[in-house]
Ligand binder design. Structure first.
Ligand SMILES: NC(=O)c1ccc[n+]([C@@H]2O[C@H](COP(=O)([O-])OP(=O)(O)OC[C@H]3O[C@@H](n4cnc5c(N)ncnc54)[C@H](O)[C@@H]3O)[C@@H](O)[C@H]2O)c1
Length: 369
């Protein structure tokens, strides 16, 4: 998304006095930002609610040692906005929000920090639901739950989201194949998966079941070996992963791996994988386009994880969640059509589809009941 702020931009903004709090909220289109401090536990949290036109804001809690409070604020504003887009494009009745806890996530004060956070979440009365994110775990959600019902992704509830995320990604790869090759049959197609972790493994399983050839790379050799032994995948090196001659590159590990160095190396026709924030910069979507590589916007194709936690609120079965994740297929095709019609990148088209839904729901005709 185009909300990234470089250090140079920030210095310029500060010099012009533009980084005042409400200016920042306005620039990032936010409804509400809540700062909470608890002196007894040392908890310092920011909850950002970007947009609740579609429903309560939902987004994970990130626990991170930020260089400054300003960095934490920018991160939470950017992440919350991303959640609005993700929920909107996935067709869920959820708004976008996110929380950050500033500090060392190895703290010994874990219960008290999480409970303080739970109280901050509770104070919003259901406008914001939290979940796991970088630096927080399922056990942390249990602590948060001691203080609020507005938390999802706890043990014994919707469970590991990875199979649903992988299934949505698999359906997304099929849609890309239809767009690029005129058929969504993946038998005989080749897919390179970067990251054989939770999502990567299940994705490899779905692809192999359809007869695709699958290459896997991971820094963890055991995870690669499992895919080789159980699914007859082919192992490739973690650097070599960008040079494999294949139909699809599926990033399922790290962010920012589509950049100036890697894009020129790719020998694939499609990039479609579950990793978050795959593009190092927004302009890299254009770079892929110039190379005629079809890009499935990450937050569209990996929405299965969000769909899975939403199932907890909506009371959906796993089958229903998978069916919803399967709709990523038609959503991506609509995005590719819009991109072609408007001469924009697929990443820009995804943002447009998301905002159109938010605006349409906002403008729904009100009737008196
Ligand atoms: N789990 C979900 O449901 C879900 C939902 C949406 C998005 N995502 C995103 O998908 C990605 C994968 O998630 P996950 O749950 O499978 O995580 P995971 O930690 O289980 O798996 C990631 C794998 O990537 C490997 N890895 C790390 N650095 C690597 C490198 N340089 N080269 C190759 N492999 C490397 C790790 O060893 C690990 O096996 C993440 O970006 C995550 O944010 C996951």
């Amino acid at each position: 998304m185009s909300t990234d702020t470089s250090v140079a931009d920030r210095v310029a903004e500060a010099a012009e006095g533009r980084s005042e709090m409400f200016d920042l909220m306005s620039r990032h289109d936010h409804e509400q930002v809540v700062f909470t401090y608890d002196p007894s536990s040392g908890y310092k949290g920011i909850i950002a609610i970007h947009n609740t036109a579609l429903g309560p804001a939902l987004g994970g809690t990130r626990f991170w040692k930020y260089d400054s409070d300003y960095d934490a604020l920018i991160d939470v504003l950017r992440l919350a906005r991303g959640m609005t887009y993700k929920a909107a494009v996935a067709g869920l009745n959820l708004g976008g929000g996110k929380a950050v806890i500033i500090g060392d996530n190895r703290t010994q004060q874990r219960e008290m920090v999480m409970r303080a956070h739970g109280r901050a979440v509770e104070s919003l009365g259901g406008r914001y639901y939290t979940a796991e994110d970088v630096g927080t775990s399922v056990a942390d959600m249990d602590y948060i739950h001691m203080e609020t019902e507005h938390v999802v992704g706890m043990a014994g509830k919707s469970g590991d989201p990875s199979p649903v995320t992988a299934y949505g990604t698999y359906r997304g790869i099929k849609a890309c194949s239809l767009k690029k090759f005129g058929t969504d049959d993946l038998a005989g197609r080749s897919v390179v998966i970067q990251g054989a972790g939770h999502v990567g493994y299940f994705l490899a399983e779905d692809l192999r079941a359809e007869g695709a050839k699958v290459f896997v790379a991971d820094i963890d050799g055991e995870r690669v070996q499992r895919c080789v032994d159980e699914l007859e995948c082919e192992a490739v090196g973690t650097d070599e992963v960008y040079d494999v001659d294949a139909d699809v590159f599926a990033p399922c590990a790290l962010g920012a791996i589509l950049n100036d160095d890697t894009i020129p190396r790719l020998k694939v026709e499609i990039v479609a994988g579950a990793a978050n924030n795959q593009l190092a910069k927004a302009r890299h979507a254009g770079m892929l386009e110039e190379r005629d590589i079809l890009y499935a916007p990450d937050y569209v194709i990996n929405a299965g994880g969000l769909i899975n936690v939403y199932s907890e609120l909506a009371g959906w079965t796993l089958e229903r969640s998978k069916r919803k994740a399967g709709e990523i297929y038609s959503t991506l095709l609509a995005i590719f059509d819009l991109a072609a019609a408007e001469g924009i990148t697929s990443a820009e088209a995804a943002d447009e589809v998301a905002m159109r839904r938010v605006q349409a729901v906002t403008q729904l005709h009100r009737t008196y009941v």
